[in-house]
Ligand binder design. Structure first.
Ligand SMILES: [Zn+2]
Ligand SMILES: [Zn+2]
Length: 141
């Protein structure tokens, strides 16, 4: 279903075919996504900020990649507020509190399949990855 919109990234008017951004931005982001993914593949221990520095893709964008793979963007305004996007805690800079940053890094690694590369784990029942999500769900208005 065609719909005329303003691209939230570059401001251009474009025809949305279920896409949140224009083709140009989409193309750029796909390239960036590839670069990020490759970097992570080669550097499985990297944190988001390291990846961001090395790939010159902003942390925000990397985070968006993660979200957009699963979720639609509901608001482009969340970066106007200096509060943690996950738990709502007040923060001085960035988008996430330290706590959530650590959790996000875990999500991030899972998202890119980095966990799979880790040496065979001990056969242990692990439930903490489920716990992570329960308290920190983000509310979109
Ligand atoms: Zn655009
Ligand atoms: Zn937080």
């Amino acid at each position: 279903m065609a719909e005329i919109r303003n691209c939230p990234r570059c401001g251009r008017i474009f025809t949305s075919l279920g896409r949140p951004i224009c083709n140009k931005c989409l193309e750029t982001e796909e390239n960036e996504f590839k670069v990020v993914k490759e970097y992570i593949y080669d550097n499985p221990g990297a944190t988001i900020s390291e990846v961001s520095q090395e790939t010159e893709v902003s942390v925000e964008k990397i985070m968006r990649f993660l979200r957009e793979e699963r979720l639609e963007i509901k608001s482009e305004n969340s970066n106007l507020l200096l509060e943690c996007e996950r738990c709502g805690r007040g923060i001085k800079s960035g988008r996430f509190c330290d706590n959530c940053k650590a959790q996000i890094n875990n999500d991030f690694r899972r998202e890119f399949g980095m966990d799979k590369k880790e040496p065979a784990p001990r056969p242990q029942v692990k439930t903490d990855k489920d716990k992570m999500y329960t308290a920190t769900r983000r509310k979109d208005n």
